[in-house]
Design a protein around this ligand. Structure first.
Ligand code: MG
Length: 305
């Protein structure tokens, strides 16, 4: 299934993209569904549906199969938001997870950090999340080096702590795309940390949908790419991750509970703007398109504030 959040009459509504291109409005489709699952699906929030667990998701599947005509919304009747427009927690992220990206970063900064022994984790605040088609704000008084990073992100469906590598995929509900927009000068200015430089408002474009795990194929072997104004800047495959998805989940969940609705972005391949010679940063009007096989494309444009 392709799960989405729509903006209809100013309010977010959870939906499923149907084969005919319409979106099933789940609150509407579940209006007579009984029990706790029915109640969860009627909340119109993907977050609540995910938190309600497998029964709610089974109901979503049944409703999608039935695809009641009166609960369908045509593409021209809505705006697609980030699938989880207001996550309960910060978005978890992984840094330095593709060898070519580590090499280009070390080259650009004239340093030799190389591959770390364990994954590098940081987070982006929920206020950074924006949806497809939204503007990535550029605040020139704060940063003059805004950069892009296309990343495969996974969404947790089952709570767990100390999750074993072999059980990792049982905890994943699905996958989406994140653009880990980064202010390089802020990262440097504040001692090389990630959080402030990657936490500005609008710096976490997400979407266009969550593809459930049963439909993604092999998440460890998906084509991943990014264009700026139509020019390809990043082009790789998720097979090139240094720490694979089971390793990331095992490592992040060690002594730390992961909960339904948690999001983890898995790092970016090479081709970022700051490592180009000369560096090329995003400017007003630039259109950035992130594409991942079996998910789709996430398009945003940049707007100076
Ligand atoms: Mg990143």
């Amino acid at each position: 299934m392709r799960l989405v959040t729509l903006l209809i009459d100013g309010a977010p509504r959870a939906g499923v993209v149907l084969a005919n291109g319409n979106v099933l409005d789940l609150a509407e489709a579940a209006r007579e569904a009984p029990g706790a699952a029915g109640e969860a699906v009627r909340t119109a929030s993907l977050q609540s549906i995910i938190e309600a667990g497998p029964k709610a998701l089974d109901l979503v599947r049944t409703l999608a199969d039935r695809s009641d005509r009166s609960a369908q919304r045509r593409p021209e009747d809505h705006v697609t938001m980030a699938p989880l427009p207001s996550p309960a927690k910060n978005v978890f992220c992984v840094g330095r997870n593709y060898a070519e990206h580590i090499a280009e970063g070390d080259r650009a900064q004239n340093q030799k950090v190389g591959v770390t022994e364990h994954p590098v984790f940081f987070t982006k605040p929920r206020t950074a999340v924006i949806g497809p088609g939204a503007a990535i704000p550029i605040f020139p008084h704060v940063s003059t080096s805004i950069d892009y990073e296309v990343e495969l992100a996974l969404v947790i469906g089952r709570r767990g702590r100390d999750i074993a590598r072999e059980d990792a995929f049982d905890h994943i509900l699905g996958y989406t795309i994140i653009n880990d927009v980064s202010a390089r000068d802020i990262q440097r200015r504040h001692g090389g940390q990630y959080f402030k430089g990657k936490g500005l408002d609008g710096s976490c474009p997400m979407g266009p949908c969550i593809v459930t795990a049963d439909e993604i194929g092999d998440p460890g072997n998906l084509a991943i790419s990014l264009t700026v104004n139509g020019e390809t800047r990043q082009s790789s495959t998720t097979a090139r991750m240094i720490f694979d998805i089971p390793t990331l989940i095992a490592s992040l969940s060690a002594g730390m509970t992961l909960e339904p609705g948690d999001i983890l972005a898995t790092g970016t391949p090479s081709g970022v703007g700051y490592a180009m010679d000369p560096p090329r940063f995003l400017t007003d009007g630039d259109v950035v398109v992130c594409t991942i096989e079996n998910i789709g494309s996430l398009e945003n444009y940049c707007r100076v504030q």
